[in-house]
Design a protein around this ligand. Sequence first.
Ligand code: FES
Length: 106
Amino acid sequence: MPKIIYVDINGARRECNVANGVSVMEGAIANGIAGILAICGGSCACSTCHTYIDPEWMDRVGAASDIEDSTLELAYDRKPNSRLSCQIEVTDKLDGLVVHVAQNDG
Ligand code: FES
């Protein structure tokens, strides 16, 4: 099972085993990661699952789709490495991925 490393808004780092096929957001919720709200439940409509992808992982994670890109416009403090974690599917190729939780509660 891939390991995803979440760094929450307080800088706390947690290594979590997340099953293939679920989203990085679902993995965060299942593991109680602070700061991932996911108010829309993963339908790419709210931006409250906003994360920053560790720069070393940007190529492997890839770019946001057009729909995600427009929802990211709602996110606070969007950066070049911003992604909505509900739109990233966990696979073996993301084993070791480091994501930093963004400020999602306004
Ligand atoms: S959970 Fe709402 S956009 Fe990701």
